[in-house]
Design a protein around this ligand. Structure first.
Ligand code: 9MR
Ligand code: 9MR
Length: 588
């Protein structure tokens, strides 16, 4: 142990050896930083912005950490509560600077919400709201599309198309691409609407006419409603379970044969480009043909669930809209019951798949939303008969929505008896406890066990469940878990990066995005503040940047701030939505 000052020239910044939330901490919250160093105990100092030492302590050795591939020690300075600007120092190096102050998270909640405005299709993104740098003309302002016909990537011939065009203008672009997907739109919209139902005053209209949460959510809801198949429509669709096939063909399973179905009330999976557009392509410059892709049971249930939420949220504020939502939701649920196994084939170029061959969880979720909204016995029967009833099988995600249904049943007033609500709550709390246990089992104390595509979104969805558990139990350990998650996202990670643009001294700059792509065209802007990178991915390393890292990085370090790294560094509505939820919860 030596406490001599670092011998570094004035121009050489000391090495960053301490990873910490670069935004900072609210005074009363736990405060943890991670030092990259062997097991030897060493001294740390907390310095204010006048280089005065305000607290000293000893690191706590953790040892080798598989998730980060590092040997780490912990610095706990939770006891320090005085507002100000600080950095941590040890002989091995220092941390980025950060703040301690109240009301730290409100701006983050607002900027994370503004992401959805930036992602809007069909309307110009206005300079008076976002500033000249991020303003752009409307993308796809008249999105009138008919169904895909022709051969897909599996060589399946889609002959029938659909006997109509739909005006599906509006909504949000999904991510770095310009697809608009009902499946992923559903969970993103649910998450914003849930944040609103929990704390209606949290995100009202923003400055300069920026839309508040409800206005923003409504643009997506209106889009989802437009994706519904008109009454009296017969379509030829593959219906039934997928068939296992030889792995040599590159697919795990094949869709079943086509059947003619009454598709009225179903929802199209997505509207998207026929072929992938190049990077960069600002949305107003997209010249690809835009097409509707076949309706699926999963998309239909995403519409049912969110339109049911809409029906109760807008009741009293806009009864006409609420009634439209309710009718669409009930029509969609009936259509899904009629056509329960119409799965996405994942075989169209130009857009992502969001294919899911188990929609029992989507059925449960939609039944739960419909029951809470209507109180009708048929929905109660459907949800009580579901294998997912009273379960919270992990963090929610676009392919696994059971936890969403359980959150709604456990936290919204309904006709369920109190004993039942208790059981539902217990399931959520048990799942939150599992997340805390995951946090206890890695060096950086991140309540996540697996790092796959969109791991930051998965982590924030876990933080949402932890937040719900905190609300239900008033036990501070759940807020501590939420802090662990946001700390990781904002800098307490082995890449010492803040994964949220504009937040922290060293934040993500080069997302996989077709407009925020200054590394490809210097005339284009970088990401506006509040945009979340998908994050470390050690499992589905599909892009060229990730492919090169495969097998060579510890899970938390499989990440690069590179526009081409779509499996590591894309941005997406279903990942930014839990950032809004969590930041608003922390701000409350
Ligand atoms: O840009 C696409 C990104 O938005 C998707 O998430 C990703 C996976 O579906 O695909 C990206 O597009 C690439 C495509 O899959 C393969 N050719 C290169 C495309 C552009 O990077
Ligand atoms: O988030 C999706 C992830 O779970 C999948 O593994 C991945 C590959 O199918 O696709 C991700 O979603 C992308 C979508 O297909 C197209 N738009 C961008 C999404 C985020 O990368």
């Amino acid at each position: 142990m030596c406490s001599a000052p670092l011998l570094l020239g004035a121009q050489t910044p000391p090495p960053v050896a301490i990873d910490v939330n670069q935004l900072g901490f609210e005074p009363g919250d736990p405060k943890l930083a991670i030092l990259r160093a062997g097991a030897e105990v060493s001294a740390w100092e907390l310095q204010d912005d006048k280089d005065q030492v305000v607290m000293r302590g000893r690191t706590e050795p953790y040892g080798d950490d598989a998730a980060s591939g590092l040997t780490v020690q912990r610095i706990d300075f939770s006891a320090f509560r005085t507002p100000g600007a600080y950095r941590l120092r040890t002989v091995l190096g220092e941390s980025q600077s950060f703040q301690i102050r109240p009301n730290l998270y409100a701006p983050l909640a607002r900027d994370a919400l503004a992401f959805f405005y930036h992602q809007r299709a069909g309307v110009p993104i206005e300079a008076r709201i976002v500033g000249a740098k991020w303003a752009r003309p409307a993308g796809h302002p008249h999105e009138v599309a008919t169904c895909f016909t022709g051969k897909d990537e599996r060589d399946i011939l889609w002959l029938g198309g659909c006997p109509y065009s739909l005006d599906v203008t509006g909504g949000w672009y999904d991510a770095g691409d310009h697809g608009k997907y009902v499946v992923n739109g559903g969970i993103a919209l649910w998450t914003l609407l849930d944040a609103h139902e929990r704390r209606p005053a949290a995100l009202p209209a923003g400055p300069n006419g920026a839309p508040g949460l409800l206005d923003e959510a409504r643009t997506e809801m209106e889009f989802l409603l437009r994706m519904q198949v008109p009454e009296g429509t017969k379509l030829s669709l593959p219906s039934g379970p997928f068939k296992l096939i030889a792995a040599s063909r590159g697919w795990r399973s094949d869709p079943p044969d086509f059947a003619t179905l009454d598709a009225s009330g179903m929802a199209h999976q997505k509207v998207a480009d026929r072929a992938w557009t190049a990077l960069p392509t600002p949305p107003q410059n997209d010249t690809q043909e835009r097409l509707l892709y076949p309706p699926t049971t999963s998309a239909t249930l995403n519409l049912a669930a969110t339109a049911a939420q809409c029906a109760r949220i807008w009741k009293g504020a806009d009864d006409g809209f609420a009634a439209r939502c309710l009718a669409a939701a009930e029509r969609a649920f009936a259509a899904a019951l009629r056509n329960p196994r119409v799965y996405a084939t994942n075989s169209f170029t130009g857009s992502g798949g969001y294919g899911d061959e188990d929609v029992s969880d989507e059925f449960y979720w939609a039944a739960a939303e419909l029951f809470v909204t209507t109180g009708k016995p048929e929905y109660r029967k459907a949800l009580e008969a579901s294998p997912h009833f009273r379960t919270a099988p992990g963090e929610p995600g676009w392919p696994q929505t059971a936890t969403l249904g359980t959150i709604t049943l456990a936290t919204r007033p309904s006709k369920l008896p109190e004993a039942e609500v208790k059981r539902l709550r217990a399931a959520l709390v048990a799942t939150a406890d599992r997340f805390l246990a995951d946090g206890a089992s890695n060096g950086y104390r991140v309540p996540l066990a697996q790092y796959s595509w969109g791991s930051n979104g998965a982590l924030l969805n876990r933080a949402m469940v932890l937040g719900v558990a905190g609300d239900l139990t008033h036990d501070s350990k759940y807020r501590a878990g939420v802090i662990d998650a946001i700390d990781y996202v904002l800098g307490r990670n082995p890449n010492h990066v803040s994964y949220v643009s504009g937040y922290g001294t060293r934040s993500m700059q080069h997302p996989h995005h077709r407009f925020w792509a200054p590394s490809l065209d210097p005339a284009l802007p970088g990401p506006p503040p509040g945009v979340l990178s998908g994050g470390a991915n050690a499992i589905a390393m599909a892009d060229p940047v990730a492919a090169k890292m495969k097998g060579k990085c510890a899970p938390q370090r499989c990440w690069a701030d590179d526009v081409h790294a779509y499996a590591l560094n894309e941005v997406a509505i279903n990942w930014n939505a839990p950032l809004v939820w969590v930041a608003a919860w922390l701000a409350d």
